[in-house]
Write a protein that binds this ligand. Structure first.
Ligand code: SAM
Length: 291
């Protein structure tokens, strides 16, 4: 096991390099070995896996990953952490330390170069405000993926996993569940990090579907309909869709599409499952195309 699982070693490394935590990079370093074990176990990393770790910090999780995976690419934005990572990871020969902003990187190219375009596993503990955009970017740009295992704010994990009709259910739940099967692997309290964050966290594992669970004629249209339905949560689905400029149908045509999809005209968007949104999307598609 890597020596950074002992919090006193993390503190020693931070002191040796006189490291100053940078708030703008959301730096809260994990110091709890049980949580790291859970991340590794739920991430499904094996000796065949290529892992992209986003935001390795001082390399605590990276040490675990190097021991479990075939190869690891660790992408870190903070230049002050690069010499530290070169030190803490010096005994591992299956890791590439990359000094980059993940938001500016061509991840598809990295997967092609380092893993011959075969699916990779992503592990990340990132500033929470960029985590959801990165997850969606990974999904939408069709990066070949087996899984994404990320630390997120507890409420965000609950929203990703939420079922239709619950108060946590929304566009994020449907987007994530279209691409993957979400499982919460651990709840992580603030005392598992230094410095301690103000919010509770959770590790969520998104096991990617080989094929989406529903098939639709126009994926973008379905996500437009989903967004329109949740934009105005208290409105009925008809009004939500009618107020959305990207859907070029009259109120009457929207009511007809909803009925064709087998739902009552006064249905609320937040009660619809992914299959029902898919069904509705195809009915709206046919209505738009109707001569
Ligand atoms: N993974 C480490 C751990 O668990 O101890 C560090 C986690 S800390 C919450 C977030 C890490 O992501 C920091 O090391 C930070 O510098 C890095 N980071 C923040 N924004 C980034 C970006 N856009 N690209 C790459 N790394 C980033």
């Amino acid at each position: 096991m890597g020596d950074l699982i002992y919090p006193q070693n993390t503190i020693a490394v931070l002191q040796k390099y006189q490291f100053n935590f940078q708030k703008k990079f959301g730096q809260n370093f994990l110091i709890d070995a049980h949580v790291m074990d859970k991340i590794i176990a739920s991430a499904g990393v094996t000796k065949d896996s290529f892992v992209l770790e986003i935001g390795p910090g001082i390399g605590t999780m990276t040490q675990f990953l190097c021991e479990s995976a075939k190869a690891v690419a660790a992408v870190e934005i903070d230049k002050n952490l690069i010499p530290i990572l070169q030190d803490t990871l010096s005994s591992y020969h299956n890791v590439d330390i990359i000094h980059e902003d993940i938001l500016k990187m061509d991840i598809g190219q990295l997967v092609l170069e380092k893993n011959g375009g075969k699916p990779i596993r992503v592990v990340a503990n990132l500033p929470y405000y960029i985590t959801t955009p990165i997850i969606m970017e990974l999904f939408e740009s069709r990066i070949p993926l087996e899984s994404i295992t990320v630390m997120v704010q507890k409420e965000v994990a609950e929203r990703m996993k939420a079922d239709a009709g619950t108060k946590e259910y929304g566009a994020l739940s449907l987007a994530v569940q279209y691409y993957a099967n979400p499982e919460i692997a651990a709840n992580v309290p603030p005392n598992c990090f230094i410095p301690r964050p103000k919010v509770g966290s959770a590790v969520i594992c998104l096991n990617c579907h080989k094929n989406p669970p529903v098939r639709v004629k126009d994926e973008n249209l379905m996500f437009d309909i989903i967004r329109a339905s949740f934009n105005q949560r208290r409105k009925t689905l008809v009004n939500g869709l009618n107020n959305f400029s990207k859907i070029p149908l009259t109120k009457e045509q929207i009511i007809q599409s909803i009925k064709m999809a087998g739902m009552p005209a006064n249905v609320r968007g937040e009660t619809l499952t992914l299959s029902q949104f898919a069904e509705l999307s195809d009915c709206v598609y046919d209505m738009i195309k109707k001569p």
